[in-house]
Design a binder for this molecule. Sequence first.
Ligand SMILES: O=C(O)CCC(=O)C(=O)O
Ligand SMILES: [Fe+2]
Length: 216
Amino acid sequence: MDKAQWLDELAQGLSDHGWMSFDITPWLGIELLRSLQHEIIVLDQNNALKSAGIGRGSAPVRDRSVRRDKIAWLQGVTSPQLALFDFLESLRVGLNQRLFLGLKHFEAHYATYHRGDFYKAHVDSFQGRASRIVSLVLYLNDHWLPTDGGALQVYSRENQSEAGGLVLPEAGRVALFMSEEIRHEVLEAHRTRYSLACWLRQDEIALPLSALSALK
Ligand SMILES: O=C(O)CCC(=O)C(=O)O
Ligand SMILES: [Fe+2]
């Protein structure tokens, strides 16, 4: 299969079911996967990931009953991040060509869920702001077992309370889904769980309100 055919499959999966899961290793390459894995482990060891908020703007709410992951936004400064950004750009263009989503850019963050951490069921777009259109989560863990917890529970597009599938966060596995349509949840992890979450967006990144008032 060449990359165009692969992109056809992704577009088909997104329009038929709203989500899909697959192994991205053949497209990303094992070396890039290992480099990204290495980056997040080092960031975690250096306490460089911070508690994630809910919503965006000047004061994202940090509610530990909803989500407990720690995150670090990718700045695209290291060579693995640049290589990943190249890949995400080709995905953005490929999906636009096939699904006419008007995706303008992407953002990505590393996330660590330590033992006991979870993210309750949610959709990925902020209320009143249709900005995140496609979500892609890349997992970075070796030898993940079902008993390690931490699976991504995906709910069905047609019935948001019906389970649609379970994705184990094994290195190279990806969950790809429509940000607004697919409800999903990270089940409690029983060991440290590394991942990289990306969003393809229609808008430009909005400035926080406080920054806008400074522009007046
Ligand atoms: O890590 C995952 O499997 C999903 C994370 C997630 O839902 C999010 O960051 O919005
Ligand atoms: Fe999410």
